[in-house]
Ligand binder design. Structure first.
Ligand code: PLP
Length: 397
């Protein structure tokens, strides 16, 4: 069996190459020829889980599958450390497409959804503005929650999904995997299946393996470290093969399958994901101890690996210092998103999390002095000089 780094360069796909090309070309075709009517019918039967009595055509219609999708999904399975046959992977047109399609596939009318806090602003808004008005019961977990307490609060209703973001965007709040697994086991002992979904965007596929830690599915904004070049929006979902099959049928219906160009670009990026993530982590680990010592910073959260740093500036509880800091940056780019080759900085309260209710933001530590830093692969001394200069600007009277 090929090891991970080898699989990322040589994914297990036999059908995607053409004309002796070393790389899978971009298959800019919306539809695919059938050698016979029987072969066409067989591809649809296969996709819909019906018996197949003829050799199917390799592909039928690009929303349902195409060679670039097959290539990138093999890489996604490899980077996550998934096992062929047990696990499977899907690529989407955005991280939100992966998250919303997964939730819509697995929730039913009357389901209960338990989540950690905080969540990425877009996910929180989808739950608040779509799932809750459609009658789904949602419940925000506390770090001190117990299985019994949650059930009591839910009048005995067993949650069907436990949705986790750890470390959480934008505070780097960490959730204990033992607690999450215990909740799943305890609620699952009722006989009802409890599915543990983990948005692993923040640490990315190299530094945390949710499937090994007890999750059924890892979700990604693949726009972030998986793509790494700030030139692509895409999403991924990797995990339990049976659940993935059901999510895939919903992806086909909702129509947010990664296009040939999206899949090709993500595929190219995944070849270097480990190298890029090692480089960004190395830089973050140089900067974190220096930032911790700086008198302009009242609190810093860094999970010990990865490239995401949360800092809360000293000073009044308003946004003045944070905005002065951002406006003084010269190398680190003032932009949302994360996990890129270039370092990025943003003020979550006024951008990524501005759509979350102010009271909820406050409760989860997303205050005005909070800044989110995503460390890139520039020279760390240049980044340090930029940060020092911005901290000086923030603290100027
Ligand atoms: N999940 C997390 C943790 C994110 O940070 C983001 C985007 O910032 C998303 C999901 C949504 O992903 P996308 O922007 O690719 O739709």
């Amino acid at each position: 069996m090929k090891r991970r780094s080898t699989q990322l360069i040589h994914p297990d796909t036999s059908r995607a190459k053409s004309e002796g090309a070393v790389k899978t070309p971009i298959y800019a075709s919306s539809t695919y020829l059938f050698e016979s009517a029987e072969a066409g019918a067989a591809t649809f039967a296969l996709q819909q889980g019906r018996p197949v009595d003829h050799e199917p055509a390799p592909f039928n219609y690009a929303r349902l599958g195409h060679p670039n999708l097959e290539t990138v999904e093999a890489q996604l399975l490899a980077v996550e450390g998934g096992q062929a046959g047990v696990h499977d992977a899907l690529a989407f047109e955005s991280g939100m497409a992966a998250i919303t399609t997964t939730l819509l596939s697995l929730l039913k009318p009357g389901s209960v959804l338990v989540t950690t806090t905080p969540l990425y602003g877009g996910t929180r808004q989808f739950i608040r503005d779509f799932l809750e008005p459609w009658g789904l019961r949602t419940y925000a977990l506390q770090p001190s929650s117990t299985a019994e307490q949650v059930l009591k609060d839910l009048d005995g209703r067993i949650p069907s999904i436990l949705y986790v973001e750890t470390p959480a965007n934008p505070t780097n709040q960490i959730w204990d995997w033992k607690l999450l697994k215990d909740l799943k086991t305890s609620w699952g002992s009722s006989g009802q299946r409890v599915i543990l979904l983990a948005d692993n965007t923040y640490l990315g596929p190299c530094w945390q393996k949710p499937l090994e830690l007890g999750a059924d599915i890892s979700l990604y904004s693949a726009t972030k470290s998986m793509s790494g070049h700030s030139d692509l929006i895409c999403g991924a979902c990797v995990g339990d093969a049976t659940l993935i099959r059901s999510i895939c049928s919903w992806r086909n219906k909702l129509g947010n399958t990664a296009s040939p160009f999206t899949a090709w670009l993500l595929s190219r990026s995944l070849e270097t994901v480990e190298l890029r993530m090692q480089a960004t982590q190395r830089n973050a680990q140089i900067l974190v101890p220096r930032l911790r010592e700086h008198p302009g910073i009242q609190r810093l959260e860094y999970p010990g690996s990865g490239a995401m740093i949360s800092i809360w500036l000293n000073g009044p509880e308003n946004r003045n210092n944070a905005w002065k800091f951002l406006n003084a940056l010269k190398i680190i780019q003032l932009a949302v998103s994360l996990g890129s080759n270039e370092s990025l900085a943003c003020h979550p309260a006024s951008t990524t999390h501005s759509g979350v209710d102010p009271e909820e933001r406050k409760q989860h530590g997303i205050g005005e002095p909070l800044l989110r830093l995503s460390i890139g692969i520039e020279d760390p001394e240049d980044l340090w000089e930029d940060l020092l200069n911005a901290l000086d600007a923030a603290n100027e009277r």
